[in-house]
Write a protein that binds this ligand. Sequence first.
Ligand SMILES: [Zn+2]
Ligand SMILES: [Zn+2]
Length: 327
Amino acid sequence: MELEVLFLGTGGSAPTARRGLPAIMVTRGGDRMLFDCGEGTQRQLLRSVGLVDLPEIYVTHFHGDHILGIPGMLKSFALRGREAPLRIYGPRGLDALWRAALGPLVGRLPYQLELIELEPNEELGRDDYAITPFRVDHGGGDAYGYAIVERPRPGRFDEARAIELGVAPGPDFGRLHRGETVPGATGPVSPAGVVGAERPGRKVVLAGDCAPSESTVIAADGADLLVHEASFIREESGRAGETGHSTAAGAAELAARAGVKLLALVHISPRYGGGELRAEAREVFSPTIVPRDLDRVQIPFAERGDPVHVKVEGEAREGPTVAPRLG
Ligand SMILES: [Zn+2]
Ligand SMILES: [Zn+2]
């Protein structure tokens, strides 16, 4: 099953000609989740996957650079007669923000809108994965990162061995694979010996705006992809600390401690091009990328290889990809 992260806006605080404000779309199979919706996000969607009727938006915190794209996008959905309901998740204060600011801008909507304030670590269970917000340190106020974690998958099914034991191909194969004991030629056949060890699911962690924090290290433990902000270079670490942001080196140290496979730095300030942040981070943690707007990272299951940085086509690009694109 496909798991992909699309970087719609990789800038922070203010947009530049190259970088839009924060927004990331995670696609898993047929599920699409938008994380943050900075000003201009609907246009970034139009430039990539189209302005799809997203069912869910997750807000990390309520700074303007992360939310000001919401009113315009909701209005566009309304103008074209959207009927499908929309849910917006976020920290405590989401309702108040809607009543005071976003709601009056948007006005009446022809579709149902549900606002859901999440508690830290409140797991949103899906069929075979979960989305869990975790608290991060971004100065005052509630700020969340989000972890998207797949449940472990059943081990590999040894068809030849099952047939040898006299299990009839068909529904019994499925039962055996799911952990049930089924009849065989000389008695019951249990999954042990036919089904291998449970295989890990994938994990993507989006830390939002934050100083490096222990909660992120824990949430990102062993993640396939950590998307972390890098608002400053090391020389500006004082300002990073004062404003609840991270340096590239700080994000890289965190990624190394968490043992992630790939670190993607975002929330790139208009002060930087990106190359200096990447160089600083790679001194500490070499599997680091600084994606540009509309780049993607595809995340295969562990046994099929490492995450792949797919750069947006049609732009002059610099720097090597971290891993070859798989065929
Ligand atoms: Zn921000
Ligand atoms: Zn912020």
